[in-house]
Design a protein around this ligand. Sequence first.
Ligand SMILES: Cc1ncc(COP(=O)(O)O)c(C=O)c1O
Length: 403
Amino acid sequence: MANPTKVPFLDLVTPHQELEAELLAVVKKSFSTAGFIGGPMVEDFEREFAAFCDAKFCVGVNSGTDALRFAFMASGVEEGDIIVTVPNTFIATTEAISQAGAKIAFVDINEQTYTLDPEKLREYLELRCEFNQTTGQLIERESKRRVVGIVPVHLYGQTADMDPILELASRYHLFVIEDACQAHGAEYFSKKENRWRRAGSMGHAAAFSVYPGKNLGACGEAGATTTNDEALAKRMKMIRDHGQAKKYYHDIEGYNGRLDSIQAGWLSVKLRHLAKWNESRRKLAHRYHELLAEVKESLVLPREASWTRGVYHLYVVRVQDREAFQAYLGEAGIGTGIHYPIPLHQQVAYKHLGYITGDFPVTERVAREIVSLPMFPQLTHDQQNQVVSKAKEFVGAKVVAAK
Ligand SMILES: Cc1ncc(COP(=O)(O)O)c(C=O)c1O
């Protein structure tokens, strides 16, 4: 018989039990008004989440994928335009690009941070594209398509290196949409501005998923965009609501992408706990760093660049023989995950893009070794000790076997 799970990869039950009374009060409130879509609960959440992200506006939508898609559409993407992102992300990033009518171009990640490598981005923009001074457009030489935007993904809760990315974007007249779906509350120290900046406040717009397992999670599907640009916020609002600013007056074709009031109410309740939960994740991450330091030759630990304050959506280590490592921990009832096992350029869905193995060596190498350890705010030291002891045991066993 399989062992019962002793240390789940993620515990979503405990926080909901802890907040049960407040969450149920939201349901009662929504029943008393029967306003289930939009309305004051959505507007309250939008105001609170914008403030949390240090952004001027927030538009609640029904998933992180829609948040990305609506941000692209509102930014004026046209059929066949190119949007640049990384192959080491969840497929929703690129699905949203395609669904907005654009084409995907990948650049590799940095091996230390697992996020978009600004040098590789520079290489792509400078060597593979040509800037037309007259039109102010950047054209990819081979496809002759217009490059219009960049999507840095703040993966695992750490921001991408935004200063050089924003600088390149401004030089080539590109928009930057932050994929902040895993980074609610993450911070970036901008040398240019000499201040810490929040994920969701740096690009032209940002997309957040509030899928239940995220740092801020709804009790179902939901998402949000943030921006400092009022016109962009207005367009995203229209797009989420069938292209109408006024009921039955449709300026454009849009989508049914609105946020449910109950989800917004629940998100407002949870948002009040987010800073504390993020702090707990950071403490647990530092405890993992300390406890695993002696085996860091065999287990590559996450590195937090000096310019980022991560919120550890995931605690991702790298290990040779990852499948055996996962099986070893699994035998002891410890849950793990892989984010993500197959780089996007090697997925069947993207065969048509024509990329080949070897095109993004860092992503490919990392994808073979990464494994996510249990990480959630309520993880106890006792549970964490079990993870650490089994991880060390595995690595120790490997060392002995290798002699
Ligand atoms: C990096 C990234 N982008 C986009 C998404 C899409 O969000 P959703 O699942 O809410 O559509 C996710 C969520 O899984 C994600 O992790």
